[in-house]
Design a protein around this ligand. Structure first.
Ligand code: HEM
Length: 377
């Protein structure tokens, strides 16, 4: 019988806008890698369990793996460009790197489905993983951020989105994968609201109500959309696929944007971040940062769907330390975690597999050289 040739299938990175989203960042506990690997392999089944009955809700989940955790979860090669998130320290603004081994980006039109899936996942991971950040995002009116601007308009679509988001022939074992960078930003709305609408439009580079890009000669060099245009050597725009969501807490006076950007190489998003924080030849920094502070930063690789459904075996060192507990929620921040590998929980002799949340020293020089051109762009 003839076999049907199949192209590698990506995870639902390009699922598109939904009304609700949950972003979970987890770190793996000592001895927890076996349980995390098994959960990742079962993830698509759990999504079907929750979402199949309500197809109009468009429930999806994308899982990304951090650099430190990759080699502890899977034997075999690793994605060519996977590395820890690089913190940036500009003259005025800082992009911190924070801990994270696994990212779950859950989307649906209503939060109940996101919450149900997240709770099934975290119960499976009890004692094996710790939630270090949980953000519930919502759609704010007509796709606006909490600064009041429409966010996502210039995202690539269709073939362009696929070309921007997915690894191709440059790394065949990881084709259909994607690199994702996430950052949580908090807005200073008191400061922002002192600006007139016209001044705000100069910060972003687009009109507020009608969402039209300002004419080039009216765009300041430090406007957000100007700083975030990067061209390759042939003059082609280097694109990423964003799925930002507003989030907030009135009691904590938090008004935020969860930035999430997918790309076939982390180099493009990293160049955008250098432009924003370290500046360009024409701008000291992205003006949006004067009203928005980055509080987290993480980089993850999103393997293709086939890889995730049937991942390579656990490396031997961790295979003997598979957690035994199932059925309660994954440890929340601040809660003491039971160590499930049979030890007394005094600590692990293994080197830590996540970087601490402190900053790495980085250049203060403006950096605006475009990343190497991508052959398939
Ligand atoms: C405070 C957090 C952020 C907010 C509120 C924000 C908001 C916006 C808005 C309103 C637009 C214009 C409409 C659109 O095309 O989407 C935009 C464009 C864009 N943003 Fe952001 N953004 C944030 C962070 C970032 C970060 C961290 C990056 C990259 C690392 C980024 C990359 C881009 C890109 C590539 C565009 C499209 C530029 C163009 O070609 O016109 N944004 N953003």
């Amino acid at each position: 019988m003839d076999t049907v040739p199949t192209a590698p299938v990506p995870q639902p990175v390009l699922a598109g806008a939904t009304r609700a989203a949950m972003f979970l960042v987890l770190t793996v506990e000592p001895g927890g890698h076996g349980a995390v690997r098994e959960l990742l392999a079962d993830l698509s089944g759990l999504v079907r369990s929750v979402g199949f009955r309500l197809p109009g809700e468009h429930l999806t989940c994308v899982a990304g793996i951090g650099s430190g955790a990759w080699d502890r979860l899977f034997t075999g090669p690793r994605p060519a460009e996977l590395h820890p998130f690089q913190a940036l320290r500009g003259r005025r603004h800082v992009a911190p790197a924070t801990a994270g081994d696994v990212l779950l980006h859950i989307r649906a039109h209503h939060m109940d489905l996101c919450f149900e899936l997240a709770s099934l996942v975290t119960r499976r991971l009890d004692g094996a993983a710790r939630i270090v950040d949980e953000t519930h995002g919502f759609t704010y009116f007509d796709q606006r951020d909490l600064l009041g601007f429409v966010d996502g308009t210039e995202n690539p679509e269709g073939r362009k989105a696929r070309q921007a988001a997915f690894v191709g022939a440059e790394d065949p074992p990881f084709a259909a994968g994607s690199y994702v960078i996430v950052q949580k930003y908090l807005h200073d709305l008191t400061h922002w609201d002192t600006l007139s609408t016209e001044e705000q439009e100069h910060v972003v580079g687009r009109t507020k109500l009608s969402d039209v890009e300002l004419p080039e000669d009216a765009q300041p060099a430090d406007a957000h959309v100007v700083v975030n245009k990067v061209l390759d050597a042939e003059g082609n725009e280097q694109q990423i696929v964003r799925a930002n969501m507003p989030f907030g807490s009135l009691s904590q006076a938090e008004y935020g944007t969860y930035f999430i950007g997918y790309c076939r190489t982390p180099a493009v998003t990293e160049q955008l971040l250098r432009n924003m924080f370290l500046g360009t030849a024409d701008a000291a920094h992205d003006r949006i940062l004067d009203f928005s502070t980055a509080t987290t930063g993480g980089l993850f690789f999103v393997p293709g769907a086939d890889f995730l459904d049937d991942p390579p075996p656990l490396p031997h060192a961790d295979a003997v330390l598979v957690p035994v507990s199932q059925g309660r929620p994954a440890t929340a921040p601040g809660r003491s975690s039971a160590v499930l590998d049979g030890s007394l929980g005094i600590g692990s002799l293994k080197p830590a597999d996540t970087k601490p949340a402190d900053l790495e020293p980085t250049s203060l020089e403006p950096a605006n050289s475009p990343p190497a051109p991508e052959e398939a762009h």
